[in-house]
Every structure is written in structure tokens, then in C-alpha cells.
Design a protein around this ligand. Structure first.
Ligand code: ZN
Length: 275
């Protein structure tokens, strides 16, 4: 699988605006009052509006993500050039692409992926029954807080990762987001999961820092699944009750991890159906 990683400043700025505008984020309400806010903020809102204006669902179209992904490529499309110019004008205090922290994070992610790719490929096939995509687009940013990831489109294998400089292995956050994109590609699985909180709760048991890390060899000591579950439940309140409900069967799966796929296992346990 080709891992294409961008740390381009233009797309990282756009990603920050996207995080702010995301309906899940409380700060998205600020977008409603942008007229009262600073010109910088107003420009950010206008930039986002321009990006979403072509889509009926008012989300960022895939071609915008792809076009911004390589921020240095000139565009013949006047709207895309305008969007890019607006992004260049927005003044955000962000590390440049050339900054050592940014460059090292990108190099680490690429080299870890290369090093562990055979195991990642084998274990994802055994546990989830999935083949890796041919290509995965990753927008990599440096954050001040936790590691976090986001799947950016339901059609495009593109994910965003925020990497605090002191974080544990970012590759594990990548695995979580990659699994979302693989589930989306696999219609049968995504239909049978139905509830998105079930998908989140389930993936959290594998990555980041879960059973998949053990299987791939990203961690030397065996996962303490109960401790891990509590940590994830605190981070993700919406999925917490499902996570608690499936803890005991996930403990059972930990002992046979990869001998049968998680989908067969969950079907046998009656957690999901119609696979
Ligand atoms: Zn997730």
C-alpha cells in the first residue's frame, strides 16, 4: 500500500478550519456569529463556505480535499485557486512544513509504516478479513493535545492525524483511521454494524494502542484490556456504554485474536447479524 503523507501548510490550515466547522465540535457555533468576530476568523468562515458551496450536503467535496492535498500544484480551476489564495492569506500560528518537529513526525510515520507493513497487512487480513487499499492519503498535523484522527470522506481513503510531539506511536492512530476507511469500503460490514458508536467502540479495542498493536508487535507487553477499555470510554463518552457492553466478549476474542475474523466472532455472539 502506498502511504501518501502531506504536511503542506495550506491543507493543514484548511484542516483546522474543518475541525472548527465540524458539527460535532461545539466551536462550530462560532461560525454562526462570524460577522462579530475578527477579520481573520471571517476569512476562515468564508474560505470554508466557498469549499462547501458546491456540495448539497454542505460538506467538503472530495475533489477539494484532493486538490488541497498537493498544495503546491497550480490549479486551472479559478475557484480552487481562489480557495488556495484565501487559505494562504489566513494567518494561523502553525509550524512550517520545514520545521524539524513536522519533518520528523512525517519521516517517523513513513518509516514505521514501511517497517511494520507486512505485519499490518497480515493481521488486518486475519482479524478483519480486509485487504489494504492501494493508496491511503494522510494529512499529518502537529497538535498540542492528544493524538487524534479523523476520516475525512465516506468515499475517499483520506484521513487526518494530529500528532503531539511527545506522543506514543502515531502509527497506531493511523491504524484506527485506516480501519474506518476499510469498513466503509466493505459495504456488508458497514451495514451490519449499523450504529456508528458500535464501530467506534469496537475499533478502540484494536487501535490505537489496543489488540492490533499487540498482534503487529508495536508493544512488548500484553494489552491490559480492562484498563485500556476504561481509558477509551473516558475519551469517548458516546461510545462508552457499547464499549462496556462488549468488554467481556472482547476479552474472549483477545485469546483467539485473528484465528477467526472479528465479524464471524461477533456474529456468533449475536452482536451483529446479516454479514
Ligand atoms: Zn474512530
Amino acid at each position: 500500500m502506498e502511504l501518501s503523507v502531506s504536511t503542506d501548510l495550506v491543507i493543514r490550515k484548511f484542516l483546522h478550519i474543518h475541525y472548527m466547522a465540524s458539527p460535532k465540535e461545539p466551536s462550530s457555533n462560532l461560525f454562526k456569529f462570524s460577522d462579530f468576530l475578527s477579520p481573520k476568523f471571517k476569512l476562515a468562515v468564508d474560505t470554508y463556505e466557498l469549499a462547501c458551496s458546491k456540495s448539497a450536503s454542505h460538506s467538503v467535496p472530495d475533489e477539494i480535499w484532493l486538490s488541497l492535498f498537493d498544495g503546491k500544484k497550480p490549479s486551472n480551476n479559478p475557484e480552487l485557486s481562489k480557495l488556495r489564495n484565501m487559505l494562504q492569506e489566513i494567518d494561523m500560528s502553525m509550524l512550517s512544513e520545514e520545521n524539524t518537529v513536522v519533518a520528523t513526525a512525517k519521516a517517523d510515520l513513513l518509516s514505521d509504516f514501511k517497517k511494520f507493513e507486512p505485519q499490518i497487512k497480515e493481521k488486518i487480513k486475519n482479524i478483519f478479513g480486509f485487504d489494504l487499499q492501494e493508496k491511503l492519503f494522510v494529512i499529518l498535523d502537529i497538535a498540542n493535545g492528544f493524538s487524534q484522527g479523523m476520516t475525512l470522506s465516506r468515499n475517499l481513503p483520506m484521513v487526518a492525524l494530529s500528532y503531539p510531539a511527545y506522543s506514543r506511536k502515531i502509527i497506531s492512530v493511523l491504524l484506527h483511521e485506516m480501519l474506518h476507511t476499510l469498513i466503509t469500503d466493505n459495504l456488508k460490514v458497514s451495514l451490519s454494524l449499523k450504529d456508528y458508536n458500535l464501530e467506534e467502540a469496537l475499533l478502540d479495542y484494536f487501535a490505537p494502542f489496543g489488540m492490533l498493536d499487540d498482534q503487529i508487535g508495536l508493544r512488548s507487553s500484553k494489552l491490559d484490556i480492562e484498563k485500556h477499555a476504561i481509558q477509551q470510554q473516558n475519551l469517548r463518552p458516546k461510545a462508552a456504554s457499547i464499549s462496556k457492553d462488549i468488554l467481556n466478549i472482547m476479552k474472549e476474542y483477545q485469546n483467539i485474536c485473528g484465528n477467526i475474523t472479528i465479524w464471524e466472532f461477533l456474529e456468533n455472539k449475536g452482536v451483529i447479524s446479516q454479514l
